[in-house]
Write a protein of this length. Sequence first.
Length: 291
Amino acid sequence: MEFPLILVVGPALVVGLALGLLGGGGSILMVPLLTYVAGMDPKGAVAASLFVVGVTSLVGAATHARRGNVRWRTGLVFGAAGMAGAFVGGLVGGHVPGTLLMTAFALMMVATAAAMLLGRGKTPAGDGERRRDGLPLRRIVLDGLAVGAVTGLVGAGGGFLVVPALALLGGLAMPAAVGTSLLVIAMKSFAGLAGYLTTVSPDWTLVAVVTVAAVSGSLLGAPLASRVPEGALRKGFGVFVLAVGVLVLAQELPAPLGPAVGVGAAVLALLAVLCRVAGEHCPLPLLRARA
């Protein structure tokens, strides 16, 4: 086994662990790992990421289903719409220059970090699953299409968008939103992969090893979902994703734009976190509204 492949196995375990715990978030790290550590080209890394995330999410969904945390009707409606968007995104992504693809991915990482650091992560008390039988079908389909397109284009599972959407639109409690999101992510990932495979052929030996590591992490993460404080884990992971996203931006964009954008993104994120802590005392109105 090559040394870079050994290096990527450990982080792949972390990706699976995050998927099992949070229902998303970990997959955002898979493309940088495969690109910068395993040495894959960006398009091949996105395609490989979609396969790894798809298999890992499917295994995680099965684990959550045994605990009664998968809402099949909601997940299948959202996932079917997401598959259509992901396939189109995968077709488009196969023709996008690698540098542009990685830049878009880095911006998605920064957005992911912001969602994790600023998001509440819980449904309102008592909201539980009161809308379970009355799905807002049109909104769920539109959200599924949009999230699916993002998944297919940049290889992100989209769990950081799917979990809040299922909680707010589908009225699911967080454990059910996490379990159902894994079903949705698996469906979207395989659809995006199908789009990419029309133009890309990943290193399947490397993909298989990374997939085994990620699935192992997912199996460890699912039982811990009800034991680890979700807020602390989500925010800690958000800081890590932000740091990686800023580094990717700084590397992909030409100087002096790359470092400037990276520093700017870090400053904005820091201001957002400070305003989150300050609450109504935040001097920045736009950030105060999210606090």
